[in-house]
Design a binder for this molecule. Structure first.
Ligand SMILES: [Zn+2]
Length: 378
């Protein structure tokens, strides 16, 4: 049987043969009953999903136009696939573009995005329920629904008013990403020139007020200087709601190794983003900017973060419906169980898998609630 195989390889162009070689060493992942059971027994809590923005853009802010109880091939997220993926809890992003800082309506537009999430929960009450606390999340998950919290993406949403933080907290927002793609006067973006060189005095006040409220400080999108400044000020654990490992993919949106020990010390969590441009290794991206990568690449990021930060400080922050390109075998919310499968394949025990799926972010949230109570008593 040697000859026919040699013949087949002879027919393949060099690039294809190379690709075939990689596929041979990194096989497609197939879900086993054991992994499916471990996945179902865990509490998958995703740090970032941009469905509300997609509903606004592609569905005119209406669930009549985009009814997610039906399969929606234009989206990464719909209810049938959420169920298949075993999602238990979600931070829905109430992102509005950074341009709204200039037009002066960022806060109002954020309230509009919040209204989309609330409309979703009202329209599909058998699927979603709003959660205000970590205890809420556990109760809602037990009832079989997807526990829903919101995350603000971009500090311009508060329009330089601390009182707006309280308003957004009262609406159900439980984290705020300090910046998006542009630097603010009080915090720097990883995608822009620094202005504050970390945090301004007001930026520090924002972090302290978030601690007081029990709103998590999200360090995705911010510059390395701002990561360090926020980690120095915060009394509660932080999260990176959707960022991967800079050591594997050298993109400014990813978390550098030198920050990871600070995250461990802080008790926080880095929730891995699935976007191909953040997960495909640097060298491979140099040759092919459009490279998609595979689910294996995403689990490489998880492995790296576990090795450097520890298994208590890693989570899942897909960025579904917020990115244009996703790895093979991670094309939608239906794919999550394959992550559990690959973690199992790499020797992770059930307890560690459950921490990564959601146990860690739930711990972070609960700790932030405790810190808020302490501060409010001071
Ligand atoms: Zn983002």
């Amino acid at each position: 049987m040697l000859k026919p195989i040699l013949f087949l390889f002879a027919l393949m162009p060099a690039a294809t043969a190379c690709h075939a070689g990689e596929l041979a060493s990194r096989p497609r992942i197939v879900l086993s009953p054991e992994a499916a059971q471990i996945h179902a027994a865990g509490l998958l809590f995703d740090g970032h999903n941009d469905l509300p923005w997609e509903i606004r853009e592609k569905g005119n802010s209406s669930f009549d136009a985009l009814d997610i109880s039906m399969p929606q091939p234009l989206l990464h997220t719909d209810i049938p696939r959420l169920r298949q993926g075993g999602l238990k809890a979600q931070f829905w992003s109430v992102y509005v573009p950074a341009e709204h800082e200039k037009t002066g309506d960022a806060f109002l537009q954020t309230l509009h995005q919040i209204s989309i999430v609330k409309a979703m929960i009202r329209r599909y009450p058998e699927t979603f329920e709003a959660a205000a606390t970590a205890d809420d999340i556990e109760r809602i998950v037990l009832s079989g629904k997807v526990a829903s919290m919101m995350g603000i993406e971009g500090g311009y949403s508060i329009e330089n008013e601390l009182s707006n933080l309280q308003r957004l907290f009262d609406e159900g927002c439980r984290y705020m990403t300090l910046t998006h793609s542009r630097s603010l006067r009080w915090a720097d973006s990883s995608g822009d020139e620094p202005v504050a060189h970390g945090l301004s005095d007001f930026g520090e006040e924002v972090v302290r007020e978030m601690n007081r409220l029990g709103m998590l400080v999200d360090l995705s999108h911010v510059s390395q200087e701002t990561m360090k400044a926020a980690l120095a000020v915060t009394r509660a654990p932080v999260l990176f709601s959707h960022s991967s490992a800079r050591a594997i993919c050298d993109h400014p949106r990813n978390v550098p190794d030198e920050i990871l020990p600070l995250v461990s010390k802080n008790g926080g969590v880095v929730m891995v983003n699935f976007y191909s441009a953040f997960i495909v290794p640097t060298e491979q991206l140099k040759n092919d900017k459009e490279a998609r990568g595979t689910l294996h690449n995403v689990v490489d990021h998880i492995d790296h973060l576990v090795a450097v930060a520890g298994v208590d400080h890693v989570g899942i922050g897909s960025d579904f419906d917020g990115v244009p390109r996703l790895p093979e075998q991670l094309e939608s919310v239906a794919s999550y169980p394959l992550i559990t499968q690959e973690l199992l394949n790499r020797g992770y025990d059930t307890a560690s898998i459950h921490k990564i799926l959601g146990g860690n972010i739930l711990r972070v949230l609960r700790r932030a609630e405790d810190v808020a109570k302490l501060i409010q008593q001071e």
